[in-house]
Design a protein around this ligand. Structure first.
Ligand code: CU
Length: 155
């Protein structure tokens, strides 16, 4: 089969670019220790229920209108199932998974992160308007995925 010279050139160019990009990703991952954004620390996924502060997940008040919320995602729910905060509160969410990959998303806010076993993900948001916000898993995690939700109540 005859392949035209310019076709061969483009095939070579495509393969070379693929090699360059794979090399860049590998270098960033191995040399720079790059991890996906919002993952702040590692945790043993088999010992989540014994590892502070995830042994007692929930809301912690840090200062006036400043909170930290520790969540454990597991098939097919979040712990805690509901938190209540005052309007204007800044909440930093720390989330980990006790089993499989999950999502952690509060639609209509900037809260959206993946939850990977072995990692703690973190995302912050200031809740200015009162209301009940639905917290959902947006990564398919199994047969009960559509049931996986929790509430953030802003008063
Ligand atoms: Cu899910």
């Amino acid at each position: 089969m005859h392949v035209h010279r310019s076709e061969r050139l483009w095939i070579f160019f495509g393969v070379a670019m693929l090699a360059v990009f794979l090399g860049m990703i590998t270098t960033a991952a191995v040399v720079d220790g790059l991890v996906p954004p919002s993952r702040v620390q590692t945790i043993d996924p088999t010992k989540v229920s014994q590892t502070p502060p995830f042994d007692h997940p929930g809301l912690h008040k840090i200062a006036d209108n400043v909170y930290e919320a520790y969540y454990v995602a597991h098939i097919f729910s979040f712990t805690p199932a509901s938190i209540e905060i005052p309007a204007g509160a800044r909440v930093t969410f720390y989330v980990t998974s006790a089993d499989v990959e999950h999502g952690f998303s509060i639609p209509e806010t900037g809260v959206n992160t993946m939850v990977t076993p072995g990692w703690v993900s973190s995302v912050s948001h200031t809740f200015t308007t009162p209301g009940t916000f639905l917290l959902i898993c947006n990564e398919y995690c199994g047969s009960g995925h559509q049931l996986m939700a929790a509430k953030v109540v802003v008063k």
